[in-house]
Design a protein around this ligand. Structure first.
Ligand SMILES: NC(=O)c1ccc[n+]([C@@H]2O[C@H](COP(=O)([O-])OP(=O)(O)OC[C@H]3O[C@@H](n4cnc5c(N)ncnc54)[C@H](OP(=O)(O)O)[C@@H]3O)[C@@H](O)[C@H]2O)c1
Length: 272
């Protein structure tokens, strides 16, 4: 059965929920098979007028939708499940987009046997270039994973991972766009330090980032090989690489991603 015959409700349509909603609409998911919920009425009106979907109460969404995509902050998930948990029929698929929260967190608050799929996507979903990692909870079958994939494939790439790897995924690709933006911001500043106009520095770095990313994806080459091709003996690049190594950029990234992974775990323990 094609996934589009299912009605999907985005529960807590904030930043990520809106990305999912707009991505599904762009992919041709019928608007009358999409529902959204919001906590504030101003937000509900905004979503309804922007996307032409029905914005309903959480319990109406539980009643009408086949798939419940939960996109609230991890710290709000407990209260939400207190409200809707007992009312969710065990044949509905619950898709969690919440960073850190294990599927067991949901299963403890949902009727016995409810299938839960844990998904970690990222903000490039806005331009259909998301990276989405999908994991099955205890009661989710291959069919549930396939349905989640069908929802998220039009938004970019998808990968299946064991749930035990999801906190690492959160640190790498969930938060990942922020690291690239920080790098680009710093490189634009460097361009300004070197006397370039801000707009020129911006254009140079953005296109360099796009070109490098496309080469990484399409050449299939290891990043070391691609970097070596730009690093000639006694050239300019190796002088820059020496400074990056001297300032511990590699070690900083290892520590940063470990911190993000630990924060995902901490959020889960606070929500419990
Ligand atoms: N942002 C990212 O890049 C990113 C990436 C991957 C995963 N995630 C995950 O996605 C989830 C959402 O993050 P976000 O950045 O989209 O947060 P957000 O913008 O705050 O969105 C959450 C939305 O849920 C609403 N909400 C909270 N409790 C509710 C309830 N009981 N009923 C209905 N609506 C409710 C909030 O309403 P209010 O507006 O009233 O607060 C808010 O609009 C998080 O679990 C996060 O870990 C985020």
């Amino acid at each position: 059965m094609p996934a589009r015959v299912h009605t999907v409700a985005v529960i807590g349509a904030g930043k990520i929920g809106e990305l999912v909603l707009s991505g599904l609409l762009r992919s041709g998911w019928p608007a009358d098979r999409l529902l959204a919920t919001a906590r504030r009425s101003a937000r509900a009106e905004e979503l309804a007028s922007r996307y032409g979907v029905r914005v309903v109460d959480n319990l109406v969404a539980v009643d009408e939708a086949d798939v419940l995509a939960v996109a609230v902050k991890p710290q709000d998930a407990g209260a939400l499940l207190e409200e809707i948990g007992p009312k969710v029929p065990a044949d509905k698929l619950v898709i969690s987009l919440c960073a850190g929260l294990p599927t067991a967190f949901f299963n403890r608050r949902l009727p016995e046997g409810t299938p839960v799929v844990r998904v970690m996507t990222n903000t490039p979903a806005l331009v259909d270039e998301a990276m989405t990692a999908i994991s099955a909870g205890a009661h989710a079958t291959g069919e549930h994973l396939a349905l989640a994939e069908e929802m998220f494939k039009p938004l970019g790439a998808t990968v299946r991972v064991p749930e035990s790897q999801q906190d690492a995924v959160t640190a790498l690709s969930g938060s990942g766009p922020a690291y690239f933006y920080l790098l680009v911001e710093a490189m634009i500043d460097a361009g300004i330090l070197l006397g370039l106009p801000r707009q020129v520095a911006h254009e140079l770095i953005v296109q360099t980032a796009i070109g490098s990313a496309v080469m990484l994806r399409d050449s299939g080459e290891h990043p070391v090989k691609l970097r070596e091709a730009v690093t000639s003996p006694a050239g300019t690049t190796i002088s820059a690489v020496r400074e990056l190594e001297k300032h511990g950029v590699r070690a900083a990234l290892l520590a940063a991603l470990e911190a993000a992974r630990d924060r995902a775990r901490e959020l889960a323990s606070q929500a419990d």
